[in-house]
Design a protein around this ligand. Structure first.
Ligand SMILES: *[C@@H]1O[C@H](CO)[C@@H](O)[C@H](O)[C@H]1NC(C)=O
Ligand SMILES: *[C@@H]1O[C@H](CO)[C@@H](O)[C@H](O)[C@H]1NC(C)=O
Ligand SMILES: *[C@@H]1O[C@H](CO)[C@@H](O)[C@H](O)[C@H]1NC(C)=O
Ligand SMILES: *[C@@H]1O[C@H](CO)[C@@H](O)[C@H](O)[C@H]1NC(C)=O
Ligand SMILES: *[C@@H]1O[C@H](CO)[C@@H](O)[C@H](O)[C@H]1NC(C)=O
Ligand SMILES: *[C@@H]1O[C@H](CO)[C@@H](O)[C@H](O)[C@H]1NC(C)=O
Ligand SMILES: *[C@@H]1O[C@H](CO)[C@@H](O)[C@H](O)[C@H]1NC(C)=O
Ligand SMILES: *[C@@H]1O[C@H](CO)[C@@H](O)[C@H](O)[C@H]1NC(C)=O
Length: 403
C-alpha cells in the first residue's frame, strides 16, 4: 500500500491533469487553507486518493481552525504526531459525493465520510463510513450551515460551495472531531453512570456495530441507586442489554411512532411520539444523535426495564415515573452509581510503594462485594467524570436538544 501511495503521489502532476477535480490548486490558491493544505499534503495516500476521486466534498478547516487545535481534545494527537489518528481525522473531513449547501435543510442530515476503516486509533463500527451531520438554518444575511461531528462538536461553514470541478470545498471554522469510542464519548456527557452500568454488565455499546444506544443520564440512575444491590448479574446484564439496539442505526430522523426495535436482551422497545417529544417506552429522549464510533447515542431521562415493555409515557407530565421497582423519589437521591466500574484510560493513579503489596484489583471496581452494585464514585479514575474539553462538552445542546 505504502508503495502504491507513494507512486500515486509521485505521479500526482499527471493525475491531476487527467481527472478534473482540481482541489489541489484550489487549496493552494486559498490562502486561509494553507495550514490544512500543508497537513493534507503530508498524508500522501489520502491526498492521492482525493486526486483520483471523481466526486467528494471536503470540509476544510481554515487556518484559524487549525490554530485552535491545541485547545481541543485533538491536541494530544497532534502534539505526539500520531499519524494513524491524523490520517483517520483527515478521512473524516471528506464526505462521499458532492454535497452543496442548497441540498441541506433545517433537519440534521447524516452524511457518510471517507472514514471507513478501523486501521488507526479510531474504531469504526458503522457500515458505509462514519457520518457527519449537516444542518442549514436560515440567517439574517445568509444561511448558516453547521457541521456536527463526534461527541457533539460543532463547526460552522464560513465559506460554502467553493467549486473545484467534481468536488466541493466548504471551509469550516473548527476542526471536526471524529466519533470516538464509547468511553471517550460518554465521558464528555452526563453518562458516567450509564458507562459504568454497561461495563458492570460485561458489554459496552461498542461491542456491537451499527448500534443505536438509549443511554439513561446520571440522574436516572441516581433514582434507582438502591435497587442494584439486590439485583443479580443476570438481571443487570438483561437490563443493560435492553438499552442497546444492534445492527439498526437510527438517528432521530429515522425514528417512527409506534416502531418496535429489537434489543440485545431479546425484548423489544417501542418508540412513541407525544406532544412534540420522542419517547422510548416511557423514557423521554432528552438529547439525540450523539455520534460515537459504533453508531448513535440518544440520551434518555429514565432507566428502561425489560420487565416493563409496554409502559406508555404520560405526555402531560415533564418527568415520567421510573419503571424499575423500588426506585427512589427525588428527595432521597443518592450518589451516582456504577462510576467505579469505568476503566481508567488516562492519568491513572500509580500505586505508591506502600500500596504495591495490595492486590491490583483494589484500585478498580471491586469495592462492591458488600454493597452489591451500588458503588459510589470514590473509586473512579481522577478526571474521568465530566471531561468536556474545548469544543466538545455539551456544545450540541442548542440544536440537538430539541428533536
Ligand atoms: C509536514 O511534514 C514536514 C516534513 O516532514 C514537517 O516539517 C511539517 O511540520 C509537516 N506539516 C504538518 C502540518 O504536519
Ligand atoms: C479520548 O480519551 C483519551 C483518554 O481519556 C483522551 O486522552 C483523548 O484526548 C480523548 N480523545 C478525544 C478525541 O476525545
Ligand atoms: C509526523 O510523522 C511523519 C511520519 O513519521 C513525518 O513525516 C512528519 O514530518 C511528522 N510531522 C511532524 C509535524 O513532525
Ligand atoms: C467488548 O469489547 C471489549 C473491548 O473491545 C472486550 O474486552 C470485551 O470482551 C467485549 N465483550 C463482549 C461481551 O464481547
Ligand atoms: C457478577 O459478575 C462479576 C463480574 O462481572 C463477578 O465477579 C461476580 O462473581 C458475579 N456474581 C455472581 C453472583 O455471579
Ligand atoms: C426482531 O427479532 C425477531 C426474531 O429474531 C425478528 O423476527 C424480527 O423481524 C425482528 N424485528 C425487527 C424490527 O428487526
Ligand atoms: C403515536 O402513536 C400513538 C398510538 O397509535 C398515537 O396515540 C399518537 O397520537 C401518535 N403520535 C403522533 C404524534 O402521531
Ligand atoms: C424482572 O423480573 C424478574 C422476575 O421477576 C426479576 O428477577 C428481575 O430482577 C426483574 N428485573 C428488573 C430490572 O426489575
Amino acid at each position: 500500500m505504502g508503495l502504491i501511495a507513494r507512486y500515486l503521489f509521485s505521479t500526482l502532476s499527471i493525475v491531476t491533469s487527467l481527472v478534473s477535480c482540481d482541489f489541489a490548486s484550489t487549496l493552494r490558491d486559498t490562502e486561509s487553507l494553507s495550514q490544512f493544505a500543508q497537513l493534507l499534503g503530508n498524508y500522501t495516500d489520502v491526498y492521492g486518493a482525493l486526486s483520483w476521486s471523481q466526486s467528494f466534498t471536503l470540509l476544510a478547516p481554515s487556518n484559524d481552525a487549525m490554530e485552535k487545535i491545541p485547545y481541543t481534545s485533538l491536541n494530544r494527537y497532534f502534539s505526539n504526531n500520531e499519524t494513524a489518528f491524523i490520517r483517520q481525522l483527515l478521512q473524516y473531513h471528506v464526505l462521499q459525493g458532492m454535497i452543496r449547501s442548497e441540498m441541506l435543510n433545517g433537519d440534521l442530515g447524516f452524511y457518510p465520510t471517507w472514514l471507513r476503516e478501523s486501521d488507526g486509533e479510531i474504531p469504526v463500527g458503522v457500515t458505509g463510513g462514519q457520518r457527519v451531520a449537516l444542518v442549514r438554518q436560515p440567517g439574517d444575511l445568509e444561511d448558516v450551515v453547521t457541521v456536527v461531528s463526534g461527541g457533539g462538536a460543532r463547526s460552522t461553514v464560513t465559506d460554502a460551495n467553493i467549486d473545484a470541478e467534481n468536488c466541493i470545498i466548504h471551509i469550516v471554522d473548527s476542526v471536526l472531531i471524529p466519533p470516538m469510542g464509547w468511553y471517550n464519548t460518554s465521558s464528555a456527557y452526563d453518562l458516567d453512570a450509564a458507562s459504568g452500568f454497561f461495563t458492570a454488565a460485561g458489554s459496552t455499546p461498542d461491542n456491537f456495530t451499527d448500534v443505536t444506544v438509549f443511554a439513561p443520564k446520571n440522574s436516572a440512575f441516581q433514582r434507582i441507586n438502591s435497587v442494584w444491590s439486590d439485583m443479580g448479574n443476570a438481571t443487570l446484564r438483561e437490563t443493560a442489554g435492553y438499552h442497546v439496539v444492534p445492527n439498526n442505526l437510527l438517528y432521530s430522523s429515522d425514528l417512527v411512532n409506534g416502531t418496535r426495535l429489537n434489543t440485545t436482551s431479546g425484548e423489544e422497545v417501542t418508540i412513541w411520539f407525544f406532544g412534540g417529544q420522542t419517547y422510548v417506552n416511557s423514557a423521554k429522549i432528552v438529547q439525540a444523535d450523539l455520534l460515537f464510533s459504533n453508531g448513535a447515542i440518544h440520551v434518555i431521562d429514565n432507566v428502561l426495564s425489560p420487565n416493563a415493555t409496554s409502559v406508555l409515557p404520560d405526555p402531560q407530565i415533564a418527568t415520567q415515573a421510573p419503571v424499575i421497582a423500588g426506585s427512589l423519589v427525588s428527595s432521597e437521591i443518592r450518589d451516582i452509581p456504577f462510576t467505579s466500574y469505568i476503566p481508567c484510560l488516562s492519568d491513572c493513579p500509580v500505586p505508591s510503594s506502600t500500596e504495591t503489596f495490595m492486590p491490583t484489583t483494589t484500585r478498580s471496581t471491586r469495592t462492591t462485594s458488600a454493597t452489591g452494585f451500588a458503588a459510589t464514585s470514590s473509586g473512579a479514575c481522577p478526571g474521568q467524570t465530566y471531561a468536556p474539553v474545548g469544543l466538545i462538552g455539551g456544545v450540541a445542546m442548542g440544536i440537538l436538544g430539541v428533536i
